[in-house]
Design a binder for this molecule. Sequence first.
Ligand code: ARG
Length: 462
Amino acid sequence: MTKQTPWSQRFESALHPAIARFNASISFDIELIEYDLIGSIAHAKMLAHTGIISSVEGEDLVAGLEQIRSEYREGKFNPSIEAEDVHFAVERRLTEIVGDVGKKLHTARSRNDQVGTDTRLYLREQIEQIRTLLRGFQIVLLNLAQDNIETLIPGYTHLQRAQPLSLAHHLLAYLEMLERDWIRLGEIRERVNISPLGCGALAGTTFPIDRQYTARELNFSGIYTNSLDGVSDRDFAIEFLCAASLIMVHLSRLSEEIILWASQEFGFITLKDNCATGSSIMPQKKNPDVPELVRGKTGRVCGHLQALLVLIKGLPLAYNKDLQEDKEALFDSVKTVKACIEAMTILLGEGLEFRQERLLQAVAEDFSNATDVADYLASKGVPFREAYNLVGKVVKTCLGAGKLLNDLSLEEWKELHPAFEEDIYQAIMPTQVVAARNSYGGTGFEQVRQALQEARTRVIAE
Ligand code: ARG
């Protein structure tokens, strides 16, 4: 049996079949094939451009690589495990197509700078796709907020009723988190977009390559200045996973709220049939599977971040095979983040309805206007802390009597403090409580309208 290894004649026998499977990455790094081909085309052009190979050879290589691309897109290129990884698979097929000149492609290149190039090209494109999805989700939030400026919803701290809010204000809080995510990804893209191609195995190459040429061909904005750093740096991947984890954490917080809101206890929303599932045994159930899955998948992405940090922490320079383990973490995170943003966009866009009458009732049935009574007195010259203590007592009395603040008669108010007038009733109405918080960034309707306007210009701008 002839040996089946892509390596040099130094090896006399083939890998143990189980070790070949263990070693191979083709089952997952095939995901990189389009980028591997683009990178190889740029490399082949550079080899011809610098005279390292002839221009005819360069053209043959490019044509062969383009043929592999067509074959792959038509589902005709399905390399087996023997190819070990996508890089060897492409080189092997190229040599079948163009003959011996195919063996020249790897001149002045190593799989180490090659895989780094592929991963960056992949991530650069994925980042753009994720940013587009984020924008789409933000627009759904904007529209939902627009329709609900005057819808009130209880606001919580410690999951205890605190102060009522404009529902739009609540939704816009998520829009802001996603805005930071969008910006963050843009910043990370800058550091992803640096070319390691030409760093070779670790030390550069003896050939007169032109690294700027390949960087330009591949639209990289710069090149790694140190070859060792170029082949072993995965900071960009960790930064991406960090940003991806934050996106997931934001989606997960929103998911948790939606799950609570859909419960009978809150009853703030109804899930529509297109985004809810039933139980196999309890016929009355309507389950919030979508936000639950998003919340659940958050753990996966955060886990991948942790995995990559630990993967890198003990690695001596330069390339180590451990680095092959970065791929599944990245690919799974990218797929998960995209799927979750898409699902949440559908859920918020067309999968739920806010129950206006329930929300109205909710904000009127508690003491979340207590701060406003204290503010009322404070605005009439009573020191705030004194007013605060007095209102605490009032709440206690009301609780004992099974009353809300609104149920107190004007005489009762006046007994508590002579500064109370008829207008106290107006001041503690939920709508007024919200409207009055007109400080910059607050929930007052006027502020919310401005915030919406400003967010719309930002989100729709580019
Ligand atoms: N499949 C490898 C990876 O993903 C490609 C680079 C292999 N380099 C090497 N020196 N064995 O990391």
